[in-house]
Design a protein around this ligand. Structure first.
Ligand code: FAD
Length: 408
């Protein structure tokens, strides 16, 4: 049987997560004819007082992109929390008895907020609505295989429903396990951190005051992100990157024991910074890996989002990097000379060049911090904590860090 075929798009975006939806919208805004290929699983309706376990700290650059796409103002403002300050605690004192501490605040960068905490589900909901209104054709099937287009131009994407979709270029936004990346023969270097990101929402005894807190503990990196207050009190979202064996033990406990064990560990790690912390939602675990593709384009396929790179969540930058890819791709293709088609190799190289530095920088910083705070020898431990304290006393360096942390 000959598969049904369609070829009315210049670019087909494969993957319908946040990077894929944003890429389709951003490219359509640049006048490119775009199609979208990927599943559309139903999203649960928003409910007051109930929050998606997956939240992102979005940088000012991501917010700007979403605003340009008309997404930001459509998000429910009452479910978003701005981050005005950040406190980072070391794993032991450098001098005296006080744990090493670094404080960063938005005013040091001359802005109101360093980042905004947004639920994944709400972001996806608004992006989907915008895709629908923009008239982008969405094929709600999975990509299965890659071939050449008719007369060997462009690409043909085979789908789980038996269709063959033709386009000049395919954007792989199908996540860390990208099937399209593999089909294009693009390698991905992967190393496992041997750690799991445990996420849960907590009720805190003390108000968070729009401050994100992070602890480098002997049990991994713990982050508490400010969330909207609930009837039960102030709320924070936890991401604790724990050694996998510890996470497996914790997640494997019967519910009451799991909650008690986590609350006790939180009390120890946070030393009362937010008062008592109580679990208010189910726990989830995500395996943590470092992955990057040394080449972002080949054979009519270009990578964005987690299909191109996965970083440790300790800097909360994975999706921000993906949205940075989207912004760069839309800029390169939108600004192309009129005689160049969207799959012109020079354009694809421009995109690769534009992303090389930010991707390398984020990989080095997140991986470096993970290993620096994972190291146990006493001199290294003293140095990293002394480093935090020292930076805290250097206003100029702090200002640079704030700009880096907020992606400004
Ligand atoms: C614990 C944790 C905390 C994090 N916190 C933050 C944070 O605070 N800030 C931040 O910026 N980032 C954060 N991240 C990173 C962030 O979650 C990811 O970078 C982001 O979700 C990746 O989005 P994506 O759209 O590229 O990929 P995905 O979300 O994986 O989407 C891929 C899409 O492709 C679809 N797909 C898969 N296979 C196919 C196929 N064969 N055909 C068609 N479609 C397919 C899937 O259905 C899915 O819709 C965190 C990550 C973890 C693990």
């Amino acid at each position: 049987m000959t598969p049904a075929s369609s070829s009315n798009a210049d670019i087909i975006v494969v993957g319908t997560g946040i990077a894929g939806l944003a890429a389709a919208l951003a490219l359509a805004r640049q006048g490119v004819r775009v199609g979208l290929l990927g599943p559309r699983a139903p999203l649960p309706a928003p409910e007051a007082g109930r929050f998606d376990p997956r939240v992102y700290a979005l940088s000012p650059a991501s917010r700007q992109l979403l605003a340009e796409l008309g997404i930001w103002d459509a998000l429910p403002a009452e479910r978003i929390t701005g981050v005005r300050a950040m406190e980072v605690f070391g794993d032991r004192p450098a001098w005296g008895n006080r744990p090493a501490r670094l404080g960063l605040s938005a005013w040091q960068a001359g802005s109101d907020y360093l980042a905004w905490i947004v639920e994944s589900r709400e972001l996806e909901r608004v992006l989907r609505q915008a895709v629908q209104w923009s008239g982008i054709r969405w094929t709600t099937e999975e990509f299965t295989a890659l071939g050449h287009g008719p007369e060997l131009t462009g690409v043909t994407l085979r789908t789980s429903g038996g269709q063959a979709l033709h386009a000049r270029l395919a954007v792989a936004a199908d996540g860390a396990e990208s099937r399209l990346r593999a089909a294009a023969g693009l390698p991905a270097n992967r190393s496992d951190y041997g750690a799991t990101g445990v996420v849960v929402h907590l009720t805190s005894e003390l108000p968070h005051q729009e401050c994100a807190c992070q602890w480098f503990t002997p049990d991994g990196v713990l982050a508490l992100l400010p969330m909207p207050d609930t009837d039960g009190g102030p709320q924070v979202s936890m991401v604790w990157s724990m050694p996998r064996a510890q996470a497996d033990t914790l997640l494997g406990l019967p519910e009451a024991e799991r909650v008690a064990a986590l609350e006790a560990r939180l009390a120890l790690a946070t030393q009362g910074r937010l008062g008592a912390l109580r679990v208010r939602s189910p726990l989830h675990g995500f395996p943590l890996v470092l992955q990057h593709s040394p080449q972002l384009t080949h054979g009519g396929v270009i990578l964005v989002g987690d299909a191109a790179h996965v970083v440790h969540p300790l800097a909360g930058q994975g999706l921000n990097l993906g949205l940075g890819d989207v912004q760069a791709l839309a800029q390169v293709l939108g600004g192309r000379e009129p005689f160049r088609p969207v799959d012109d190799p020079r354009l694809l190289r421009r995109y690769e060049r534009a992303r090389a530095e930010p991707l390398l920088a984020m990989r080095v910083v997140t991986d470096g911090l993970f290993h620096l705070f994972g190291a146990q020898p006493a001199p290294v431990a003293w140095l990293r904590n002394a480093g935090l304290d020292l930076v805290d006393r250097m206003p100029l360096l702090k200002r640079m860090l704030v700009n880096g942390a907020s992606g400004a």
